[in-house]
Design a protein around this ligand. Structure first.
Ligand code: HEC
Ligand code: HEC
Ligand code: HEC
Ligand code: HEC
Ligand code: HEC
Length: 315
């Protein structure tokens, strides 16, 4: 009898344990299942090529923008190589890499922070090592670069992942929803919901930085421009948003080139010459140093001013 109870108790305990295990493990595996294991899986999650068919002009602007090449910057440079090769985050072998190896993801690839597994960091590091290998052929380098180029700040990174800042009140961005400046239930490309911040400077400020990022074990500082916008522009009475200056409408739609595009020297020069002013005042006179010794002199006062909403250059 007592044996029987014990057995029953044991069976119950196993059932209970199983139940607890399913409750604890199920949601975890669900979350895990949503995470990308490879660069291709991550790229697919945020793939925005479907937007191209209806938003061809915006898509073409974006493709030329720095947001479409967040790890290749100016002139296709492989800017993450120093991180894994010589920085405090360096690794001896690609397999040592984790998401923490790349604090850069916070702003250059924010979707990786919550939606990728460490294996994505390993695959990225493999590509960076392959590119720098002594015996790397041109083809191998091209392949490595093509892999890095798949990691982009796509339409959905801005219009979903980064569209909500005050998550405690508004919740996380919903899967499958496109966030914009207003609601649009009739959007033919999927549900569009209003994001409160889409037209505000804070939207860009999430990535364009305020100073050192102290949350990392080894703080890094990259972009600081949002800090300069707040302290050197708003504080002096400036009131335009980043969007008003950088996304002026082209053919009635917000410009997604979001210039300057540093690979286009003519466009960058044009933007700068419109916004940087050099005022010069001169006075010529002759200085009578001593009798019979007249020396020509000139006073030149120069003043450089600029119309940007922050320091330039900034970074
Ligand atoms: C089948 C066509 C179609 C597809 C696909 C599509 N859109 Fe649209 N979208 C439209 C039309 C039409 C409008 C309304 C007119 C306009 O603003 O161009 C619109 C408007 C928008 C707006 C502005 C919404 C508003 O009313 O303020 C955003 C943002 C947007 N689309 C984002 C996207 C993104 C991001 C994708 C890809 C994930 C996408 N769209 C895919 C057709 C499409
Ligand atoms: C998800 C993060 C993110 C958001 C949101 C974002 N940016 Fe960027 N932006 C970047 C990164 C990263 C780069 C640099 C990419 C590179 O070249 O390495 C960049 C590049 C730029 C550049 C090109 C100049 C340069 O130094 O490369 C401009 C201009 C710019 N962003 C303006 C904006 C504006 C305006 C907004 C808001 C409408 C905005 N960005 C929103 C991350 C972001
Ligand atoms: C760096 C962030 C960023 C990226 C990347 C981005 N957008 Fe936007 N998009 C914005 C912001 C911010 C606005 C609101 C601009 C404003 O307030 O004037 C906007 C507005 C729009 C609008 C409404 C335009 C209008 O003036 O009516 C459409 C449509 C749109 N985006 C589509 C896209 C598509 C398609 C892509 C990808 C090819 C894309 N966006 C990529 C930030 C981004
Ligand atoms: C009053 C207009 C104005 C506002 C507001 C403004 N910008 Fe700019 N921005 C400019 C001009 C002008 C330049 C200089 C053009 C150039 O460098 O070619 C510039 C340059 C930049 C650059 C290139 C930086 C560099 O070092 O050359 C980035 C990135 C940028 N802005 C992002 C932003 C972001 C993000 C915001 C909002 C927090 C913002 N801007 C607000 C006008 C503005
Ligand atoms: C706080 C957000 C943030 C972090 C963290 C960050 N970056 Fe950046 N980075 C940006 C933005 C935004 C830009 C472009 C705008 C600018 O230069 O003001 C940029 C520009 C760059 C550029 C210049 C590219 C160009 O087109 O001009 C390089 C190189 C760079 N980052 C490398 C890194 C590396 C490597 C890391 C990690 C160790 C990192 N960044 C971490 C936001 C960040």
């Amino acid at each position: 009898m007592s044996q029987n109870i014990k057995e029953k108790g044991g069976a119950m305990r196993i059932i209970l344990l199983l139940l607890i295990a399913t409750f604890v493990v199920m949601p975890l595996t669900n979350v895990e299942a949503q995470k990308a294991k490879t660069i291709d899986e991550l790229a697919k999650m945020y793939d925005s090529s479907q937007c191209k068919s209806c938003h061809a002009e915006i898509y073409a602007q974006w493709e030329k923008s720095h947001h479409a090449r967040p790890f290749l910057g100016v002139a296709g440079g492989m800017q993450l190589i120093p991180v894994v090769k010589s920085s405090a985050f360096k690794v001896k072998e690609p397999k040592e890499a984790t998401l923490k190896t790349f604090p850069c993801f916070k702003c250059h690839l924010p979707q990786a922070v919550e939606h990728a597994e460490d294996s994505v960091a390993v695959e990225l590091t493999e590509a960076l090592f392959a590119f720098t290998a002594d015996n790397a052929t041109d083809d191998a380098k091209k392949e490595a670069k093509a892999k890095v180029a798949k990691l982009q700040i796509t339409c959905l990174v801005c219009h979903n992942e980064k569209a909500i800042t005050h998550k405690l009140v508004e919740g996380k961005p919903e899967k499958g929803v496109i966030y914009s400046t207003k609601n649009n239930d009739a959007h033919p490309g999927g549900k569009v919901k209003k994001s409160v911040i889409m037209s505000q400077a804070i939207f860009c400020g999430q990535c364009h930085g305020t100073g050192p990022n102290f949350e990392f074990d080894y703080p890094v500082q990259c972009a600081t421009l949002y800090g300069s916008y707040q302290h050197n522009y708003l504080s002096k009475g400036g009131f335009q948003t980043c969007q008003e200056c950088h996304m002026k409408k082209v053919n009635g739609k917000a410009d997604h080139l979001i210039g300057p595009n540093f690979d286009d020297k003519a466009q960058t020069g044009d933007f700068l010459s419109k916004n940087i002013h050099l005022d010069v005042e001169t006075l010529g006179y002759q200085w009578l140093r001593k009798a019979g010794d007249l020396r020509p002199m000139v006073v030149v006062n120069t003043k450089i001013t600029q119309d940007a909403g922050h320091r330039i250059p900034d970074g």
